[in-house]
Design a protein around this ligand. Sequence first.
Ligand code: DGY
Length: 419
Amino acid sequence: MPDDAMTLDSAARGILQANDRGGYTVPTSGLYPYQWNWDSAFAAWGLSTFDIDRAWTELETLFSGQWATGMVPHIIFHKTDSSYFPGPSVWGTDRAPPSSGISQPPVAATLARRIYEADPVAGRARLESLYPAMLDWHRWWRTHRCASGVAAVTHPWESGRDNCPDWDPGMANVDGSDVGEYVRHDTDHVDAAMRPEKEDYDRFIAIVQFGRNCGWDQGEIIASGPFYMADPAITFILIRANRDLAWIARTLGKDPGEAQVYADDLEAALPELWNSGLGCYDARDLRTGTFAGVLGSGSFLAWLAGVTNAEMEARLISVWNRVSFGIPSSDPAADTFDPRRYWRGPSWPVINSLIAIGLIEAGRFAEAERLRRETASLIETAGFWEYFDPLDGAPCGGPNFTWTAAIWLAWASPTAMGD
Ligand code: DGY
């Protein structure tokens, strides 16, 4: 094994340990001082490469924040920290521990399966006790986010891809003019040119205020909330997660039927998101029917769900070929492309890892290896940053980032190649 790979493995383990706050891992200190939902699931995947017990604890702490409705919130505020906005009082969810009022991409079942497969003996009892909570969460998605057939989000933050152009049509109809004064802290930690703009934040906060004012009543949010868009990425992630949950059920000797039906129904509804003008699955505003019309990294997650067709795959590869370092979060040929501004263009190692899982399973080994190499070279050159400019590889966002370290250990490192 090359020495530099071993050194980076050790640095990645050091980041996961330094970001450990006792049973959960923060994405990076300062910028994100709490437990984030999908960040934690990736942290668990990385932890499973060297501390399987701690990996399961990460998921257990995440599900300890689950609401009685089944929702697993996108942030759990275990300890107060004034370095983040919007904190618990803005969300006003009245929970213990305090949490946000929306969810985040449901990758936990997919990664729990991988963690179990890494050590089935150590994982059996832990998986067995998490299974009902994961099923409840998938039921919540089905009940509260899949009314149109595919999966929708009620806040761009629920998608995890906060300011990607996918959300532009829905965000255009959100009135952010009356949110009042607030102070952002993200730009204390990261160059403002790499973060969402003020107009985005005004609208993000307006959507939170709507949820808080209706007591996070999901019926009200779906019927008349300011933002409601169907998301190809969450749909693909949820198809995959339901299939993995069905696999987990079978492994535990339980009936896989419910999760399997959820996956099949989502797949059957996919034509709703097919944008023939774009030649791929696209985000769609459920209030107006408008497609986003911009190909983003969410569309590439079709591979994770095992959804393929020749036209779409050729189109995806042609967009990837416009950059040098992994999958751009938005098409470089579109006017909205901004190579360093969060989800409006950058390459995200964590999304690359999910797409690579799908490429391998589709038998596209050359593309999977290309994606691993491009992602690894970003980390080898600049370190464990949150995201990167896909054109020149410049590091962006927060440093010492948990999920970048995690996917290095579990997938991008040469030492992870047996996967
Ligand atoms: C943020 O604060 O930037 C987060 O992405 C919201 O989850």
